[in-house]
Structure formats: C-alpha cells, structure tokens
Design a protein around this ligand. Sequence first.
Ligand code: FRU
Length: 310
Amino acid sequence: MATAKPVLCVGCTVIDFVTINESFPKEDTDRRCRDGFWQRGGNASNVSTVLRLLGADVEFFGMLSQSDGFRVLLQDLERRGIDVQHCPTTDKDPPFSSVIIVQGTGSRTIVHCNKNYPYVTWEDFSKIDLNRYGWVHFEARNANETIKMIRSVQEHNRTHNEHITISLDFETLYEQNLPMCALCDYVVFSKELANQQGWRTAQETCKELARRLESKSPCIICPWGSTGAACLDAASNGCSMVAAYSPDRIVDTLGAGDSFMAGFIYATSVMQNNLKDAVSFANRVAGHKITDYGYDHIAELQKYDKLRTG
Ligand code: FRU
C-alpha cells in the first residue's frame, strides 16, 4: 500500500454529550435515558479520528481551548496520535452538542451550541508549512477565512511540483459557502443541504451543483443514506451511483457523514483508489461506523483489510 503524506483537517472540535434513549423524548417531560457517554466531536475533528483509526497520518487544525473542560479533548487527540501542533488557543469555553440517539433506529438528533467560539483564521493558517501535507481537508464554514486558506493551498500548488489535494465538506449555508467549491478537487455535499435546495436525489444534487459551478467543477460526491452515494467525475462529467454498504444493525449514526468523508480521503490518498472505488470504501466505513457507538470499532476495517491483502 502506498504511503501518503499526512492529511491536514481544518475545522471544529467540540464536546458531544450523547444520550441513548428508548424513543425520542416528548417536549417538557423528565425522563431517564438508557445510557450515555460523551466524546470529542465536530466534523473535522471526527474526520481526523476516523482517518487515524484507518491508519493515516493526520494533523488537526482548529481552535483549541484552555478551559478545564477541554483538557480531556486534548488528551484524546494526543492518545490517538492526532497532531495539533499548529492549532491556536483561546480561553473561551468550547462549543458542545447535545445529542439524542434513539435505540432501534440509531437516529441522532443534534442540538449544537457554538457560543460564538472563535474560528481559525487565514493568518493562523499562513504560518503552516504546506510542504508537509499531501491533502488538506476543509469544513465549509467561515467562508471569508476559509476561502483565503484554500487559495493559499492553490497558490502552493501553482508554485510547487507536488499537488496537494483539497477537499471540502459542504453541509451548511449554501449561498455563503458555494464560492469555495470551484477551488477544490473534491466536494462532499450533504443530503440535508440538498433537500434544502429542493434536490430530490443524490445524482440530481451532483448534476445541479456542477451546473451552478459551470466549467470549474470539482469532483462532487453526495452520500444519500441507505440509498448509497452519487459521484460526478470532473474529468469525464460522468455521474454514477455507488451502492451503500448495508450493515446488519444500526446502532449509532452520529458522525456517519464524517466517517464517510474520512473513508473517502483514506481510499483516495492512501489506497490510491479511483473515484468510484473510493466512494465505495467511504460507504463501507460509514456503514460500519453505524453498527456501534463511537468510532473505535472502525479500526476493525483496517485489520480485515490487512488480513485480506496479506
Ligand atoms: C457530527 C458532528 C458532531 C458535532 C456536530 C457539529 O457530524 O460533527 O460530532 O456535535 O456534528 O455540527
């Protein structure tokens, strides 16, 4: 298997407080949950976790906090070998999410509390030596700063021999974040955002997004739950559907999208898969993620693959 330079994941890390419930709670009731746990969350933070579990070298770049509550998140990043050496810090309390998981369906309902927590800036980003990385992954947020960061990677690519791949996780604020897409190699567009646009299928989403980006279209990927995921190849303009990996049980869907993203990056950068195969592997990682709570069990995929490939 090819070795790849580390992946840099730019975005948020938050605390997820998760309760496991028999059913979705009724408003204004007081009830006990079946179980619960808390864990480090946030899109880019979860992508980093899953990439690490799959065996990639990862650095996370996001705002860290000096508050007491954040210490456990730092310990978790360290324990997993996720490099945070370039992250700036603040003394503000970290963002957190209250997550309700319903047993049986594995559905996750997230209420996120950001409290105007500061986000990393282009100035912070410009201090990093990009030569270290083979791939830079961005969350589509804080458009003004993120666009400048993406442009820095493009500028690096223009002036160096090696191409750093740029990916974007596009889940919110369609109008504000749309200008980032044309600057990237890969855009993963969420089903929820597609529904907000009135796009009814994964393939329709890829085609409609490409139409809006006109000639500068990246490869577009749209995961669509148990239906699978669509991908549109920028080179051929061909759009195909890749079947989902159907797990034997659904336990916890929190972070399934982030696991898909990490699976895609890993398959493309480390396994050197083509677009469709990488999407298929991403489906497999997301499908396996939802069979258990948290993320640690994703490491099993690595072991099976090692056994399979000898
Ligand atoms: C899952 C997740 C959670 C976090 C929330 C932030 O995709 O990253 O870990 O609480 O989304 O929106």
